[in-house]
Design a binder for this molecule. Structure first.
Ligand code: CA
Length: 231
């Protein structure tokens, strides 16, 4: 599966150039304008890496990075800053911002692609050892074996149910809309509808909840979607 790269850059020409080069290198890029609402759009997209311009309309890239790092589903995604001035570099590398790297404008697209590849290799290596078993409350998720245990007992799951529960366990406390869950778990299969999510949630509840009608873990977020709580 090709890796998703978010390009947060308001200069359309530069963003297009980066997009073109990333596509050519086998990535799945998407451009974000950096205006208000970009963070929510990024959380929807769930990129593997974020290319983030410092100078954005609305708020600057530093502020956006701080918010990305402050929690939520993107807090560990590598952020590569695009800076126009060398005096911004100190801030990029400042620990409180949480950027992973920077590249100064003007840059060659080839260098940018090389840096992105290096970071994705690194984050893959970092993630490998801990991605196998995750404990959350009474749940143990074994990603390598694709099994979930609840209070020591194995939960019987179909492949899709596993993917849905895996997504919830790895994103606790965060509310997701049905559309977001469809994109994250089902991907680009267009024959599924938001109702599909409800059906799978109901099946999961029957497996993991003592009283499926009064769920403790898999909560309904009224008028929005669902949230997984580790109790
Ligand atoms: Ca800009």
């Amino acid at each position: 599966m090709s890796r998703k790269v978010a390009i947060v850059e308001d200069e359309a020409e530069l963003a297009g150039l980066i997009e073109y080069n990333l596509t050519r290198s086998g990535f799945q890029p998407r451009i974000f304008g950096g205006e208000h609402g970009t963070l929510a759009a990024l959380e929807d997209f769930q990129p593997d890496l974020i290319v983030l311009d410092v100078m954005l309309p609305g708020h600057d890239g530093f502020e956006l990075c701080r918010r990305i790092r402050s929690g939520g589903t993107l807090s560990r995604v590598p952020v590569l800053f695009l800076t126009a001035r060398s005096d911004e570099v100190d801030r990029v590398l400042g620990l409180e911002i949480g950027g992973d790297d920077y590249i100064t404008k003007p840059f060659s697209p080839r260098e940018l692609v090389a840096r992105i590849k290096a970071h994705l290799r690194r984050s893959e290596t970092d993630a490998a050892p801990e991605s196998s078993e995750i404990t959350l409350g009474p749940f143990l998720l074994d990603q390598a074996a694709r099994r979930v245990f609840h209070a020591g007992k194995e939960v019987e799951l179909t492949s899709t149910e596993f993917k849905l529960l895996e997504f919830f366990i790895t994103h606790p406390g965060h509310a997701f809309s049905r559309e977001q869950l469809l994109r994250q778990v089902w991907g680009e299969q267009h024959f599924v509808t938001p109702r599909t999510v409800d059906v799978h949630v109901r099946r999961l509840r029957e497996q993991i909840e003592e009283k499926p009608d009064e769920p403790v873990f898999l909560a309904t977020v009224r008028g929005f979607g669902y949230r997984f709580e580790a109790v």
